[in-house]
Design a protein around this ligand. Structure first.
Ligand SMILES: *Cc1c(COP(=O)(O)O)cnc(C)c1O
Length: 388
């Protein structure tokens, strides 16, 4: 057996033995509150389609129109000849929606975070990151050439200490909404600390954009912060907006410089223009249809009240991400399977995505859910935890 074969077999065996083996569900339906899997219908509480837009007929129609007008493939990278009017219009609309001079489309949030950090930072700099940041921010910091230092989750005293003892230009990078916890970064305090120490603040708003703030402008706008307080804003289009891709928004200088030097922007094929056409429609619906955010808030309150009444150990979260803390990976898996047997899809989030002993059920609510569906989930959760 070759060294690689042996290594890979070991990976699989270890994952199986520690309840960390991961398997994909293959769905046979569009994304939505109800999905089809292995011939059965399931109530879906694990997507990030927070506004329920992923299979909205108006998005589907826009994608069709985009394909009719632009074909399917972009054919090249943005800097060669893959940049279309559709991409340009979406960038302008995203800049306006976030109240910033410019926005730059990227193929994915992972590429945006790693690309921006690698473009912005160099040896001699320091990047300070919340311990619970998304893997893409941590990976970007790790491979940026700068010194990566992590501070305790949402701990402003720890951040202040690390700001005071850091060398060179300093970038602080945080998730606006933490993806596995659902809680918010203390952006107002963090922005004040950054101003005090002449550091830049970057916010990854993958889970806030479309969901928080007036017209869904996101967690930075909701905190009342402008592009001077938060010079680098990144958000994704594959979550609340229901399409795919991501963007970075900021000053003219930031965006023009990113276009010149971001390897993950330069050396990759531009996303299909039709996706940009669909995203433009999604952005319009996400900003205009306030009822989606209002209904989501109703569901969040309903779920939290219901969980408290049933003594379910919810983590503190004001967002559609409502994790139920379990602890051991095996138990989380067991609960997730128990829910599946009752017709609910809820994912068990285990290490290395979250720290050891903090495995959880990551329940997500969307504007497509009804109050009755949320109640059904609560009843199933209560039944299952009584069985424990
Ligand atoms: C999903 C996510 C990303 C990655 O975005 P993709 O477009 O899915 O690559 C980045 N940051 C956070 C916080 C996320 O939740």
């Amino acid at each position: 057996m070759s060294a690689f074969d042996r290594r890979l077999r070991e990976v699989l065996e270890t994952r199986r033995a520690t309840d960390l083996y991961r398997q994909r569900l293959t769905l046979d339906s569009p994304q939505g509150p109800r999905v089809r899997w292995q011939g059965g219908d399931y109530l879906n509480f694990c997507s990030n389609d927070y506004l329920g837009l992923a299979s909205d007929p108006r998005l589907v129609e826009s994608l069709r129109r985009g394909a009719r007008d632009y074909g399917v493939g972009s054919g090249a990278s943005h800097l060669v000849c893959g940049h279309s009017r559709a991409h340009a219009e979406l960038e302008e609309a995203l800049a306006e929606a976030t109240g910033r001079p410019r926005a730059l489309l990227m193929g994915s949030g992972y590429a945006a975070n790693t690309g921006v950090l690698q473009a912005l930072l160099q040896a001699g700099d320091t990047v300070l990151e919340d311990r619970l940041n998304h893997a893409s921010l941590l990976d970007g910091g790790l491979h940026s050439g700068a010194r990566l230092r992590r501070f305790a989750h949402n701990d402003c005293a720890d951040l202040a200490r690390k700001l005071a003892s850091s060398q060179g230009p300093v970038l602080v990078a945080v998730d606006g909404v933490f993806s596995m916890d659902g809680d918010l970064a203390p952006l107002v305090e963090q922005a004040a600390l950054c101003r005090q120490h002449d550091a830049w603040l970057m916010v990854d708003d993958a889970h806030g954009f479309g969901v928080l703030g007036e017209r869904g402008a996101g967690s930075v706008a909701a905190a009342g912060l402008d592009s001077e307080a938060v010079p680098v804003l990144m958000a994704t289009l594959g979550k609340a907006l229901g399409t795919a891709g991501a963007f970075v928004a900021g000053s003219e200088t930031l965006i023009e410089a990113l276009i010149q030097v971001t390897r993950k922007y330069i050396y990759t094929t531009a996303p299909p223009p039709a996706i940009a056409v669909a995203s433009l429609t999604a952005l319009r619906l996400a900003t205009e249809e306030n009822w989606r955010r209002e209904h989501l808030q109703t569901l969040i309150a309903r779920f939290r009240d219901g969980a408290a009444a049933r003594n379910l150990p919810l983590m503190p979260s004001p967002t559609p991400i409502q994790p139920l803390l379990v602890g051991e990976a095996g138990r989380a898996l067991q609960l997730s399977e128990g829910l599946r047997a009752r017709g609910f899809l809820v994912s068990a989030i285990r290490p290395p995505t979250v720290p050891a002993k903090t495995s959880r059920l990551r329940i997500t609510l969307t504007a497509g859910h009804t109050v009755e569906q949320v109640d059904q989930l609560l009843d199933a959760l209560a039944e299952l935890s009584a069985d424990a």
